[in-house]
Ligand binder design. Structure first.
Ligand code: FES
Ligand code: FES
Length: 155
C-alpha cells in the first residue's frame, strides 16, 4: 500500500503495510535511526516523535494513522524550533549544558516529549512535568531533565 509520510518537512511515498509501526518505517525505510526502540508497547517513550505537534509513541502508531500528517523526529527538532541550519534547538543546548544524557539511549525520545510539552505549556509546573513526561530513563537522569527544563522555562 502506498503511504505518504511527511517527515521533517519532506514527503516520502512508501510502499509498506498500513499496520507497520511508524518507528520501523522511520528507522528501516527512511534510515532515521535517532528515534529509538525500547519496549515496543508504549511504555518507555524512547520512540517518541511529534505528529502534528503532539508527542506520540511511534512503536504503537501504525503508519496508516499518520498518512499525510506532519511528523517531526529528533533529526528535525532543531529546524522545527527555528534554529539556523547546523545549530541545535535551544532545548538541545540546555540538555548539553545540564549534562543530561548519560548513555543517551532514551534521550531523543525524552527531548521530543519535553519539547512538545513546552510548546503547549511554556511554564510547566513540576506536576505538569510529572504528568506529561512519563519517559523511562534507566540511567536515572530525571533530576537533570528537570533542571534543563527549568533552564529554558524560567520566567
Ligand atoms: S519503544 Fe515505544 S514506548 Fe517504548
Ligand atoms: S540516559 Fe541512559 S537510559 Fe536515559
Amino acid at each position: 500500500m502506498s503511504i505518504t509520510l511527511r517527515v521533517n518537512g519532506k514527503a516520502h511515498a512508501l510502499d509498506i503495510e498500513p499496520e507497520m509501526p511508524l518507528l520501523w518505517a522511520l528507522r528501516d525505510e527512511l534510515g532515521m535511526t535517532g528515534t529509538k526502540f525500547g519496549c515496543g508497547v508504549a511504555a518507555c517513550g524512547a520512540c517518541t516523535v511529534h505528529v502534528d505537534g503532539v508527542a506520540m509513541r511511534s512503536c504503537v502508531t501504525p503508519v496508516e494513522a499518520v498518512d499525510g500528517a506532519d511528523i517531526t523526529t529528533i533529526e528535525g527538532l532543531a529546524a522545527s524550533s527555528g534554529a539556523a541550519e547546523g545549530m541545535l534547538a535551544p532545548l538541545q543546548q540546555a540538555w548539553i549544558e545540564a549534562q543530561v544524557p548519560q548513555c543517551g539511549y532514551c534521550q531523543s525520545g525524552m527531548l521530543m516529549a519535553v519539547s512538545a510539552l513546552i510548546a503547549e505549556n511554556p511554564q510547566p509546573t513540576d506536576e505538569d512535568i510529572d504528568a506529561a513526561i512519563t519517559n523511562v530513563c534507566r540511567c536515572g537522569t530525571y533530576p537533570r531533565v528537570r533542571a534543563a527544563i527549568r533552564s529554558v522555562t524560567a520566567a
